[in-house]
Design a protein around this ligand. Structure first.
Ligand code: SF4
Ligand code: SF4
Length: 159
């Protein structure tokens, strides 16, 4: 399993990360889960895997990413974190590590991370779908790009 993970790291350019932070700025996990946890972010996951790659089957932090591809679209260095996470989760599932995943009740195929599923249920039961379901992906992306543009202008405004 370790060799496959190293292959995923290479193929998805994870070692090219410049630590610019753009992926964290656009990542919807903060809005969705209501908290920012570094260990769940792209940099946090990569750091964690590079330290002890043999013990990842019990890593719940690998099962928060929503696989939305926002970070991959906007990364200036070609890091495909979403691709990496998808391959890594497939590998974990193939090896029987299923406790953090939810599966389709009809076909039994992988549906989504358990944490994401539970959060969707909580939001929908409360009747507060808010921006999560009422705003289209393109508008959400535009909103995040606006934030990025504001951040890019910020140092100049301070001078
Ligand atoms: S956007 Fe890309 S280069 Fe920047 S911190 Fe994220 S992965 Fe690294
Ligand atoms: S693919 Fe995952 S890490 Fe990247 S922006 Fe989406 S939720 Fe965040």
């Amino acid at each position: 399993m370790k060799t496959r993970i190293e292959q995923f790291v290479r193929e998805n350019n994870l070692n090219y990360c410049l630590e610019c932070g753009k992926c964290s700025a656009v990542c919807p996990m903060l809005d969705f889960y209501g908290e920012y946890v570094y260990e769940r972010s792209p940099r946090g996951v990569v750091e964690r895997l590079s330290l002890t790659p043999d013990e990842i089957e019990n890593e719940e932090g690998l099962w928060y990413c929503l696989a939305c591809q926002e970070c991959s679209f906007l990364c200036p260095s070609g890091v495909n974190f979403e691709g990496f996470m998808t391959e890594l989760r497939d590998l974990l599932l193939q090896h029987g590590h299923k406790k953090y995943a939810v599966f389709c009740q009809v076909c039994g195929g992988y549906l989504m991370p358990k944490k994401a599923f539970e959060n969707f249920q909580k939001i929908l039961e409360g009747g507060k779908t808010g921006e999560l379901l009422s705003v289209c992906p393109q508008c959400k992306k535009n909103h995040h790009v606006e934030i990025l543009h504001r951040l890019a202008r910020w140092p100049k405004a301070k001078q």
